[in-house]
Write a protein that binds this ligand. Structure first.
Ligand code: UD1
Ligand code: UDP
Length: 377
C-alpha cells in the first residue's frame, strides 16, 4: 500500500503571514510524495493578503473571507474560531501550521487544539516582555505557543525564551526566519522589474522609507510619528520620503490628514511585495514599527530606526543594525538626522549584518515535519 501523505493545513490571515508562509508552502509542495499542503486564508486582511499572495503565485484552497472594514480584535477572534471548526472537521489535517503573533495565528491554533489536532508554530518564541507591547501580539504569541506541539523559533534567543517557558527541547527547532527565504526568493525579481511603486524618485535624494501600523501607537503615538516625519520633510531638503500607508483606518485617517501635501513626501497605498522590496533596496534608511521590516532591513544592509519602545526582535539592535527610537518626535528626528549627518555611524549600522537566518528556514521546518510526523504505511 502506498504511504499516506501528510496533510498540512497552512493558515494565514494578514500580509506578513502570507510573505512568511509562502516559502513554507513552496517547500511542502516541492515534496508532493510526502506532503499535501492546504492553504487556508482567514482573510483577516483582504486587499493586503491578496496582494501578497499574488507575488508568490499562491491561491487559498480555503478562503474564509472574514475581513470587515474597521473590525476589531474581538470580531476577528470570534469569527476565525467559529469559521475554523468545520474546516478542521472536514479536512482533518495531520498538523496545522500558524505563523507569528496575529489574531489569526492564535485563534487558528486554538481551533486546532479544540479539534485535537497538532499545531506547528512558525516564528515561535519572540517576546518583548511587555504584555501591551506590541498589543495584542505579545499575548497572541504566548497563547499560540501554549497550544503548539512543534515550535520553530527563528533565532537562538527565541529558542531560549521557549525553553525558559518550559517547552521540551526536542520540540523546538531554530530555523532562521522564513522572511529571509521570501526575501532571497523575491529580491532578484524585484531588482529585475525595478518598479519602485511607479514613482519617479529623485536620484539625488536620500530615500527614507516609512511604515507603521502598531495598535499601541494609535492616537498620540501616530500623531507624534507624523509630526516627526513632517518636520523632516520640511527641513531636510536632501531627503525624499516614501510612506506606503497601512489600510487600517486608525492609521490611514491620521496619516493622510497630517502628512498630505508635504514636499518630497509620497503617501502611497500598501505595495505588493516586489515594489516594496525594490523601495527597501533603494532606501537610505527605514523608519518603521513593523516586525518584518526589522528583519528584512538588516539583510539588505539598510539601517532600521524602530518606532517602538521595546522590540521582540533584539538581535538586530544587538548587532547594531537597528535602533529603537520610540514614537517621541524629537527622538525620531535626531535618530534620522544622525544617520544623515554622521557617515561613520551610518556605515556601522548598514554593515552590521543580518541576524535572522540564511534563507533555508522553510526547508528546515519541512524536513523536521517529515521526520517527526512519519505517516503510517
Ligand atoms: C494585523 C495584525 C498585526 C500585524 C498586521 C500586519 C492582529 C491583531 N493584528 O494588524 O499583528 O502586524 O496585521 O499588517 O492580528 N484593512 C483593510 N484591508 C486590508 C487589511 C486591513 O481594509 O487588506 C483595514 C480594515 O478596516 C481592517 C483594519 O484594517 O478592519 C484592521 O485590520 P486587522 O487585521 O484587524 O489589524 P491590523 O492593524 O491590520
Ligand atoms: N510590506 C509590503 N508592502 C508594503 C509594506 C510592507 O509588502 O507596502 C511587507 C514587508 O516587506 C514585510 C511585511 O510586509 O515583509 C511586513 O508587514 P507589516 O508591517 O504589515 O506587518 P508586521 O511585520 O509588523 O507584522
Amino acid at each position: 500500500m502506498a504511504n499516506k501523505k501528510l496533510r498540512v493545513l497552512v493558515a494565514m490571515g494578514t500580509r506578513p503571514e502570507v510573505i512568511k508562509m509562502a516559502p513554507v508552502v513552496r517547500a511542502l509542495r516541492a515534496r508532493p510524495d510526502t506532503f499535501e499542503a492546504i492553504v487556508c486564508a482567514t482573510a483577516q486582511h483582504r486587499q493586503m493578503l491578496d496582494q501578497a499572495m499574488a507575488v508568490f503565485d499562491l491561491k487559498p484552497d480555503i478562503d474564509l473571507d472574514l475581513m470587515a472594514p474597521g473590525q476589531d480584535i474581538y470580531d476577528v477572534t470570534a469569527k476565525v474560531l467559529l469559521a475554523m471548526r468545520p474546516v478542521l472537521a472536514e479536512r482533518r489535517p495531520d498538523i496545522v501550521l500558524v505563523q507569528g503573533d496575529t489574531t489569526t495565528a492564535f485563534t487558528v491554533a486554538l481551533a486546532a487544539f479544540y479539534a485535537r489536532q497538532r499545531v506547528g508554530h512558525v516564528e515561535a518564541g519572540l517576546r518583548s516582555g511587555d504584555k501591551f507591547q506590541p498589543f495584542p501580539e505579545e499575548i497572541n504569541r504566548i497563547l499560540a505557543g501554549a497550544l503548539t506541539d512543534y515550535h520553530f523559533p527563528p533565532t537562538a534567543g527565541a529558542r531560549e525564551n521557549l525553553l525558559r517557558a518550559g517547552y521540551a527541547e526536542q520540540n523546538v527547532l531554530v530555523t532562521g526566519n522564513t522572511v529571509i527565504d521570501a526575501l532571497f526568493q523575491a529580491l532578484p525579481r524585484a531588482r529585475a522589474e525595478g518598479d519602485v511603486a511607479g514613482l519617479r524618485l529623485d536620484p539625488s535624494k536620500k530615500l527614507i522609507l516609512v511604515t507603521g501600523h502598531r495598535r499601541e501607537n494609535f492616537g498620540p503615538g501616530v500623531q507624534s510619528m507624523c509630526e516627526a516625519i513632517a518636520t523632516l520633510a520640511k527641513t531636510r531638503e536632501e531627503i525624499e520620503i516614501v510612506y506606503p500607508v497601512h489600510l487600517n483606518p486608525n492609521i490611514k485617517g491620521p496619516v493622510f490628514e497630517r502628512l498630505g501635501n508635504l514636499p518630497r513626501l509620497h503617501l502611497i497605498d500598501p505595495q505588493p511585495y516586489l515594489p516594496f522590496l525594490a523601495l527597501m533596496d533603494r532606501a537610505h534608511l527605514l523608519l518603521t514599527d513593523s516586525g518584518g521590516v526589522q528583519e528584512e532591513g538588516p539583510a539588505l544592509g539598510k539601517p532600521v530606526l524602530v518606532m517602538r519602545e521595546v522590540t521582540e526582535r533584539p538581535e538586530a539592535v544587538d548587532v547594531g543594525a537597528a535602533e529603537l527610537v520610540g514614537t517621541d518626535r524629537e527622538r525620531i528626528i535626531s535618530g534620522v538626522c544622525r544617520l544623515l549627518d554622521d557617515p561613520a555611524h551610518y556605515q556601522r549600522m548598514a554593515s552590521a549584518g543580518s541576524a535572522y537566518g540564511d534563507g533555508t528556514a522553510a526547508e528546515r521546518i519541512v524536513e523536521f515535519l517529515a521526520t517527526k510526523l512519519k505517516p503510517a504505511s
